[in-house]
Write a protein that binds this ligand. Structure first.
Ligand SMILES: NC(=O)CC[C@H](N)C(=O)O
Length: 276
């Protein structure tokens, strides 16, 4: 693919487990195929990471398990890799753009020392409302999404107890939060962070589409577990939410495309400036 000017690396964090995330990410990235090409790196099984000289944009996926634990090999390399991208951005005018999703988002929050990651009391799974913070209302990542907007959530862990002094020191911003739960006094978990102008992450799955969710529910055990967890009515409401144009479809068509468009515009501008 000689004239695809922009190269994307997809960091597959699924540890070899079946998932819907990869198909969905590839599907969204392919909408930009006239200008972009992509390559996949299997971070957790093969300890693969891209050469940062070869790629402009990085999408680091969700994945199973406890984000606090690696195997001492891939996780160490992954964190070094994130550091090298950050260093690159501090020293070069053509920037590296990174989107961290779910498991990767939790790891990035830990690595940058921004917050604590704890296990939730129960699994969060389904269509959730996501609330923009004041900073989130003006963040270009969310442009075109309502407040609240809707996204697919699928996790056992949560990012909580933000260290606000570190946020300020690093210039990072919390851009979305979980909904307020009426009957429980839990802290609202952090649902998205802008780490820098070029690094951003979401706890939810912006790549998810209704098909991915329904496919997951074709597994009888998964379906029963979720139905029992939510109760019949909420479960049905959730299925209805999936068909709503303004909910999961909207997020799928908006968030990652925003991220890619912002990155492409920035790359085109800086690359052109340098070639002039
Ligand atoms: N979907 C995900 O990436 C889940 C992230 C993490 N393994 C959790 O359970 O919270």
């Amino acid at each position: 693919m000689p004239n695809k000017i922009i190269k994307i690396a997809i960091l597959d964090m699924y540890n070899g487990e079946p998932n819907q995330g990869m198909r969905c990410i590839i599907d969204v990235v392919n909408r930009f195929s006239p200008v972009m090409s992509f390559e996949i790196f299997d971070v957790r099984v093969k300890c693969e990471l891209p050469d940062i000289h070869k790629f402009d944009i990085y999408i680091s996926t969700g994945g199973p398990g406890n984000p606090l634990i690696g195997d001492g090999n891939w996780d160490v390399k992954y964190y070094e890799f994130i550091d090298s991208l950050n260093k690159w951005n501090n020293e070069n005018s053509i920037k590296k753009h990174v989107l961290f999703i779910c498991h990767s988002f939790q790891m990035a929050c830990l690595h940058f020392g921004l917050a604590t990651v704890t296990k939730r009391n129960d699994t969060s799974f389904g269509v959730m409302t996501i609330h923009k913070t004041k900073e989130g209302l003006v963040d270009p990542l969310f442009e075109g999404l309502s407040d609240p907007f809707y996204a697919i959530d699928s996790r056992d862990y949560q990012v909580v107890q933000p260290k606000l002094s570190i946020f300020t020191k690093k210039g990072a911003k919390i851009i979305s939060l979980e909904k307020i739960r009426d009957h429980v006094q839990y802290e609202r978990a952090i649902m998205a962070v802008r780490f820098t102008d070029y690094f951003v992450g979401t706890q939810f799955h912006p790549e998810a589409d209704p098909i991915s969710f329904v496919s997951h529910l074709r597994n009888k055990e998964a379906k029963e577990k979720i139905r029992a967890m939510k109760g019949k009515r909420k479960f049905r409401n959730m299925l209805e939410d999936l068909l709503d144009d303004d909910k999961i479809y909207r997020t799928n068509e908006t968030l990652i495309p925003n991220f890619l468009r912002i990155a492409i515009n920035d790359l085109m501008k800086t690359k052109k400036m340098l070639s002039n």
